[in-house]
Design a protein around this ligand. Structure first.
Ligand SMILES: Nc1ncnc2c1ncn2[C@@H]1O[C@H](COP(=O)(O)OP(=O)(O)OP(=O)(O)O)[C@@H](O)[C@H]1O
Length: 229
């Protein structure tokens, strides 16, 4: 599903590599935490998968796309196969909950009758039925993140990337969001989540890939956050 072979990323303005000779494989249906201190390369890792950056060295595959050699015109197809969720939700503030989710389908050309059917289904899945007509500012942070997850998942992506999805949420709400991500993972979607949240990583006991200075220093099948520290 996701494969990095000896990938390095060196930004022009930076003295040391942001990623340094990283080799990792993630299978279909895995749930993986990507952890490491600030500046260790987590966001760079995610940006490479979306082809927002290109690697300086190595090979990179996502959902059978060879990202290293990918022509620019094929990038939208790659991004359609990946759902993304961020710490700051990134909803369209002037659209309702349902319109935010529908928009993700409109931009990829889904017909209106499909959109009409699928949007309520996914809102129910994330626990937001009854709130379809609300504006984002009328929702709590946890609810806004649910909308973002619905939007990311509505197209049934093979991979869901989550960059600090609980970073702006209190612990209870964070737990709810994690239950939702687990539920999405159980449908077969690979979930890769970058996080600083010790308690979530420790309570879920999933695969943990730890970065330090751009290198993978740990890859545990059922890991915790702070081993050896
Ligand atoms: N666009 C860029 N240009 C130059 N250097 C960059 C760029 N983006 C990131 N870096 C550098 O690459 C390294 C890794 O950064 P990255 O943002 O991937 O880390 P991170 O683990 O996501 O950090 P955080 O947890 O704070 O988001 C850092 O040294 C950072 O300064």
């Amino acid at each position: 599903m996701i494969r990095l072979e000896q990938v390095s990323k060196i930004y022009k303005t930076s003295a040391r590599p942001a990623l340094d000779d990283v080799t990792v494989d993630m299978d279909r249906g895995e749930f993986v935490f990507l952890i490491g201190p600030s500046g260790s390369g987590k966001s760079t890792f995610l940006r490479l998968l979306l082809r927002e950056e290109v690697p300086s060295k190595g090979k990179l595959y996502v959902n059978n796309f060879d990202i290293t050699r990918m022509a620019r015109r094929r990038v939208p197809r790659l991004r359609q196969s990946i759902g993304c969720v961020f710490q700051d939700f990134r909803l369209l503030v002037n659209k309702t909950v349902a319109e935010n989710v529908a928009f993700a389908l409109e931009v990829i050309g889904k017909p209106p009758h499909t959109i009409k059917k699928v949007v309520p289904e996914v809102l129910e899945l994330v626990g937001l039925d009854g709130k379809a007509g609300r504006m984002p500012h009328e929702l709590s942070g946890g609810e806004q993140q649910r909308v973002a997850i619905a939007r990311a998942f509505v197209n049934r992506p093979l991979v869901l990337l989550a960059d600090e999805p609980t970073g702006n949420l209190d612990p209870d709400t964070s737990q709810d969001i994690m239950l939702l991500l687990e539920r999405i993972n159980r449908t077969g979607t690979t979930v890769l989540m970058a996080t600083h949240d010790h308690s979530i990583v420790d309570s879920m006991r999933r695969r943990v890939v730890e970065l330090a200075f751009g290198r993978v220093i740990r890859d545990d099948a059922r890991g915790v956050y702070g081993v050896g520290r």
